[in-house]
Design a protein around this ligand. Structure first.
Ligand code: 13P
Length: 248
């Protein structure tokens, strides 16, 4: 049985005052079936880990493929781990768009994350043009094949399906569309890694998840949780999403 995962991606939001939201979430205590992960900006990881006090997991939003060296402005997996992170988001569409990250880059970063002792949350998702051209499953299949390295397990890899057109827009795919992609991802992972590993990898949906739509999304097959942007910034909203997931 896969444990559920509610993951919050704060993106480039939050200074020290935002830690109060995290403390509120941490004070709610452990959930029965649900792991809770917050990925704040790198500047807050160390303090966030202190604030979480072990009640929540803390993650980064990117890491470099190398362990150290002349890469101004980058952080390595080892550095994230040292700061208190247990996870790292990789291949988010905003990284792919803003920084030109390719599947090859994401693959190398994922290898580095796992070598550094982090759990990788690898993101995939189609653009609106790709969805309208009926290319969604082809795009997702290619991203999974290219971005995920060979040596992964359910303990080290999480996959997040985030349709680019649903991120921050208030638009959400139909439940049928979410289910189609998640069933497809489960089948692709099983075909590549064998059903034991494929069935153990948690699959998150991301893109405009809110307290009001969380329960219906969490009832979709092969949705093991969510990767939440805007609604993860406020403990009241994210707490409601966590509650919906735990009850699903
Ligand atoms: P929103 O929840 O703000 O749509 O963002 C989703 C996302 O990109 C999480 O990584």
């Amino acid at each position: 049985m896969r444990r559920k995962l509610a993951a919050g991606n704060w993106k480039m939001n939050g200074t020290a005052t935002a830690l109060a939201e995290l403390e509120t979430l941490a004070a709610a205590g452990a959930r029965n079936q649900t792991d809770v992960l917050i990925c704040p900006p790198a500047t807050l990881i160390s303090r966030a880990a202190d604030s979480a006090g072990g009640a929540l997991d803390i993650g980064g939003q990117d890491c470099h493929a190398n362990t150290s060296g002349a890469h101004t402005g980058d952080v390595s997996a080892e550095m994230l781990k040292d700061a208190g992170a247990s996870h790292v988001i990789l291949g988010h569409s905003e990284r792919r768009e803003d920084h030109g990250e390719t599947d090859v880059d994401v693959n190398a970063k994922t290898i580095a994350a796992l070598a550094g002792g982090l759990i990788a949350v690898v993101c995939v998702g189609e653009s609106l043009a790709e969805r309208e051209a009926n290319q969604t499953l082809d795009v997702i299949g290619a991203q999974l094949a290219g971005s995920i390295p060979d040596d992964v397990s359910g303990a080290t890899l999480v996959v997040a399906y985030e349709p680019i057109w649903a991120i921050g827009t208030g638009k959400v795919p139909t439940l049928e569309q979410i289910g189609e992609v998640h069933d497809f991802m489960r089948a692709e992972l099983g075909a590549r890694f064998g059903s034991d590993v494929g069935d153990a990898i948690r699959l998150l949906y991301g893109g405009s998840v809110k307290p009001g739509n969380a329960a219906e999304i969490f009832a979709v097959s092969n949705v093991d949780g969510a990767l939440v942007g805007g609604a993860s910034l406020k403990a009241a909203d994210f707490g409601a999403i966590i509650t919906a997931l735990d009850a699903a």
